[in-house]
Design a protein around this ligand. Sequence first.
Ligand code: GAL
Length: 655
Amino acid sequence: MIQIGIDYYPEHWDRTLWDEDFARMEQLGVHTVRMGEFSWCRLEPKEGEFHFEWLDEAIGLAARHGMRVILGTPTNCPPLWLFERHPDALQYDPDGTPTHLGIRGHRCMMSPVLRRYAAKIVGLLAERYGSRPEIAAWQIDNEIESNHCTCPTCTALFRQYAQTKYGTLEALNKAWGTDVWGGEYSSWQQLTPPLLRSGFRRDWYNPAWLLDYERFCSESAADFVRFQTELIRARAPKAVITTNSCFSGGMPDFHRMFEPLDVAAYDNYPPVTLPKDPEQLYSNAFALDFIRGIKQKNFWILEQLGGPMGCWGPISPSMEPGMLEGYALQAVAHGADLLSFFRWRTSISGAEMFCHGLLDHDNRKNRRLTELEGLCRRLRKLPALSDTTVVSQVAVLYSSEQEYALKNQRQSERFAYWTQLRLLHDAVLSMGVNVDVISQNASFEGYRVVLVPTHFVTDPNVAARLEQFAASGGTVVLTNRSGVTDRNAKGIPGRSLPTAFSAMCGCRVMEYDAIGSKTQLMRTTRGGCYRITGWCDLLELDTAVPWAWYVGRYYADIPAISKNHFGKGTVYYVGTVGERAFYRVLMKEALTEQGIETIETLPQGVEVCTRTGPGGGYRFFFNNTLDSQRFLLGSSHMVLQPMEVRIQTVSGEWV
Ligand code: GAL
């Protein structure tokens, strides 16, 4: 059974409301209540003075109403007394000064003082609740980002990280290429985080320094998760532990961060206002496929869109009818087994008092709650869903290494790593084919097509595995700006691009043109002519054959895309960034060659995703647009209302 949950903040409400709130949730058929993640100042209002009675009561009441609790560790917001006594527990900003209190998430995850207090409160929580049947799972902290902290502790730890990695200053200077702009280190003390103040730009700094700092900040976040996980496991070995992730500019390496955790989880806030650009309609599906790819298995949503957003922008428009249910089932279609809605009732105070929950301040039943009721009813009729999962034959490779490096050194206007990922992912999804977004270090077993958008920081191991995958019959699609640097973000001397991938691609880049936002044309061997932008690699073919050529300018008729038979498989190299229609044509060819069936009649914004299991499976059709959509499916016409989800068993019955 897919679990429905609610995010609830007992500390925000008068106790007289709790019982009624839980009773209403019980009536809906809610399975879990998530609580506690910001409540440290209530749990320990003064140093060493702990108050668990209110939490005991809230957990007990939820249980009496048949619900289990997902308990958050409260480390995101340490109490103010802690910072007053220990200012060194504060996070420091990119300019090297302590941050200002008043928002949240302002702790340094590596501060020994913070760790000491965190160990105490998390340890006590785990001792008290860890083995209790009322606890379904633990959420560590809240939306953990890379620990971009520049405090004295982090500075010292960053030095230690570099020292462990490179051993000597000589080795570090060589690896980073610090001879440029006179940046050679002659003592470890000179090494600091790359401090930034307004007017400074990241891309003026040595990219190797930036990349290692990003790795260090990401590793700090992962270490913080590991530290808390161990505290809980030591007291409750059977506990189910996770944390709620979100996409942001400060994303840690999620594959690493989730390693010690049991299940990947995500906060799912799909757009209430649908993107004007219909090509962006698949962005939420991409996020969900990414989260499923973290552990290559089903995942949880710990915050699911329950009302119009506010605080982080002006209040968003209301959710359209069908949106609450549509987005929830979209997540299920992509592999979510638990959906916890954010939040029961809209807060009456604080910065997020207009970031709406399911209920408004008036606490009356409304359209959103009615829709949730319908969703719960619908899911109750599909108990076998949770025995299914999304099985894909196509994978898109992701790596935070590439993300960091390409953020530090922008390659051209209109060229972004996420765009590269999305173009390939969306083309596959738009033809109704399941697609996983996986780590570049994950196994390729079970896949027939592996898509590799811009492998910029070259990992020779990944290159060797891809070569092996293609040689034994798989299809690889590699895009431009691959093989550009070594693992230290330094150029690779004496080899043509795409360096480590040249042999499998059967071609080399003889020249490139970073055309930025200009657009040009390319024509393909399949007859189509497409707009291209951002980047043009001029290819010289060795064993490969051309798949597309540039039109016009001084490189007219020079290959832009190549196709190479390599061993028993095929490798495409895409030297430019095309319009979306082109990726569909390319993907169609790559998938068909591998015998993967596609549906080409799906209108833009209509998604098809399939979950299968030992006893069969379900196909979800989701119309992620505000227009009704009519299209041909096999020999019959199908109509989907705005935001509608229709579910079919794999044997063809509608359920
Ligand atoms: C999430 C966060 C929640 C709440 C929500 C709505 O990012 O974890 O605490 O802020 O967004 O804005």
